[in-house]
Design a binder for this molecule. Structure first.
Ligand code: PLP
Length: 370
């Protein structure tokens, strides 16, 4: 029986192996492993790729968010608004900064923060909003930016799943005061280990992040502020420089595969992902909703098709976050998404034949249910 994995990182590695190995050799020969010329070059290249000005390489997407909050002076006694349907990392970063995560519900059209719910979430302590461009689909940024402006709030975009996505013709990450990216290996731009970046168009904020990622140093061994150790290493930066050249082509391929999925699944009971007007979705995940999600998942597994659930439990119902004080039923769309979403295999190296097979299995499942 053929198996179709949810992702195949080895296939991607084989396609760019020589370039990756050459980049690694360059770092080994250079003998500089932390914050050297590869990180500086990657920061310039990545900022330009994101239609932005400054990028600061850090150790992970979670710490990119945490450092962005710290650079805005956000901490204890402050509140930060984000959604309950996101990677737990978004909320973990808010808590790591010392602030309180105020969770709002999502819009099921784009799985992102519903801007009409911001007013009700606002308190005198609110300092920032973190919209998450989940699955690669840009959040509806304009009303969020407008609300933030009216109330003097920071907007920090969580772009961890949306490298290269565009909102109204511009790359996500170039809208908020700051934006955080993850280079976790499975991301649209993934390292061979952990990595992340904060981007901004503000020289002052970039300088702050640059200091905060290394013990608050502006000059060596002198901490001007209290910082941490969150550095992107040279090996990861060198590899990311190789992969950055391919991201647009890979995103294009993701969109081609998406079109194939959308065509083949049109007449099923699956609710298919939207591409909202004015948005260029990069399909980090291809996520459907299905009324019989668990049975469908089990059926696909029996056919050798791996799937995942992003995410099976909204943040406000997770045991660790019981102290936030939400109850079941309070964020109904996030709860519904958790019960119905299913991520199908999606990566540039997936073949059209594999996509057709996944779709045929879904059609077979539905026929069997009749
Ligand atoms: C939406 C979102 N935010 C933040 C993160 C955190 O990134 P990392 O795993 O690099 O810390 C991730 C990835 O895991 C993510 O998907």
């Amino acid at each position: 029986m053929q198996t179709i994995p949810i992702i195949d990182l080895n296939k991607q590695y084989q396609a760019i192996r020589l370039e990756v190995e050459e980049a690694c050799q360059r770092v080994f020969a250079n003998g500089s492993f932390i914050l050297g010329s590869e990180v500086s070059a990657f920061e310039k290249e990545f900022a330009a790729y994101c239609d932005s000005v400054y990028a600061v390489g850090v150790a992970s997407g979670t710490e990119a968010l945490q450092l962005a909050l710290m650079a805005c002076g956000i901490g204890e006694n402050d509140e930060v608004i984000t959604t309950a349907h996101t990677a737990v990392a978004t909320v973990a970063a808010i808590e790591a900064s010392g602030a309180f995560p105020r969770l709002v519900d999502i819009d099921l059209v784009n799985y992102a923060l519903n801007p009409t719910l911001l007013e009700a979430a606002l308190t005198p302590r609110t300092r920032a909003i973190i919209p998450v461009h989940l699955y690669g689909c840009p959040a509806d940024l304009n009303p969020i930016l407008e609300f933030a402006k009216q109330h003097g709030l920071w907007v920090i975009e969580d772009c961890s799943q949306a490298h290269g996505a565009k909102y109204l013709g511009k790359k996500v990450g170039s809208f908020g005061a700051l934006a955080a990216f993850s280079f976790y290996p499975t991301k649209n731009l993934g390292a061979f280990g952990d990595g992340g970046a904060v981007i901004t168009q503000d020289a002052n904020l970039a300088e702050k992040i640059g200091a905060l990622r290394q013990y608050g140093w502006k000059e060596h061994y002198i901490s001007s502020v209290k910082g941490m150790n969150s550095r992107l290493d040279e090996l990861q930066a060198a590899i990311l420089r190789v992969k950055l050249k391919y991201v647009d082509a890979w995103n294009l391929r993701r969109r081609e595969l998406t079109n194939l999925y959308l065509g083949a699944l049109q007449n099923t009971r699956a609710i298919l992902p939207n591409q909202p007007a004015g948005c260029e979705h990069v399909f980090h995940q291809f996520v459907i909703r299905h009324p019989q999600r668990n049975a469908l998942k089990a059926f696909l597994k029996s056919k050798g098709v791996q799937t995942l659930i992003h995410y099976p439990m909204p943040i406000h119902l997770q045991p660790a976050y019981a102290d936030l004080g939400y109850r079941s039923g309070s964020l109904p769309n996030a709860e519904r998404a958790a019960n119905e979403v299913l991520s199908l295999p999606m990566y540039p190296e997936l073949t059209e034949e594999q996509v057709r097979f996944v779709c045929a299995c879904i059609l077979e499942f539905e026929t069997l249910q009749k």
